[in-house]
Design a protein around this ligand. Structure first.
Ligand code: ADP
Length: 175
């Protein structure tokens, strides 16, 4: 496994990192899953900031990412990215998922963030098969880390046991 990558099981809203990544939807106006958990933990300041971004730039396209503050979270910032909805795999889903990871990492690098934590983007409500998503996430992150000094550490925060096991398996295979 890449020495700058950590795979843990837990709740992303509790992680003390420079930025946590939100698996948002393109309206930026809140949803269920990890997005709902992040907004509940961050409080109304984050929702207000997201509403402003939604009004000023019309949300966030799939595969891209935007930066906000983090309200009451222990993290300093939230990077909202929009993963693809799984539609069978023939609609550019793999490229869009890789792009969601890469654009999030680019924002973190621009800010010189040392640490960033990701959830397993698209693998909940958006239905992306977990094993395929784990391969893409690890590849996109590994490639980015090879080419950039920041972020110095990337944490993959798995909520469920299955994602945790898959990430561990895939990261051992890619050693
Ligand atoms: P998407 O719409 O991109 O599929 P979801 O929020 O439905 O986003 O799910 C993405 C992943 O985040 C899923 O694997 C889900 O289990 C996980 N997840 C949900 N809540 C949390 C949390 N508090 N911390 C970390 N991961 C979470």
């Amino acid at each position: 496994m890449h020495s700058r990558l950590r795979i843990i099981q837990g709740d992303i809203t509790r992680q003390q990192v420079d930025a946590i990544v939100n698996a948002a939807n393109s309206s930026l106006l809140g949803g269920g899953g990890v997005d709902g958990a992040i907004h509940r933990a961050a409080g109304p300041a984050l929702l207000a900031e997201c509403r402003q971004l939604a009004a000023s730039r019309g949300g966030c396209p799939t595969g891209e990412a935007v930066l906000t503050g983090a309200g009451n979270l222990p993290a300093r910032a939230v990077i909202h990215t929009v993963g693809p909805v799984w539609r069978g795999g023939g609609h550019g889903e793999a490229e869009l998922l890789a792009s969601a990871y890469t654009h999030s990492l680019q924002l973190a690098a621009e800010q010189r963030f040392a640490t960033i934590a990701f959830p397993a983007i698209s693998t909940g409500i958006y239905g992306y098969p977990k094993a395929a998503a784990a391969t893409i996430a690890l590849r996109a992150i590994g490639q980015f880390l090879q080419q950039h000094d920041y972020p110095q550490q990337v944490w993959l925060v798995c909520f469920d046991e299955e994602s945790y096991r898959l990430y561990r398996q895939h990261s051992e295979q890619s050693d």
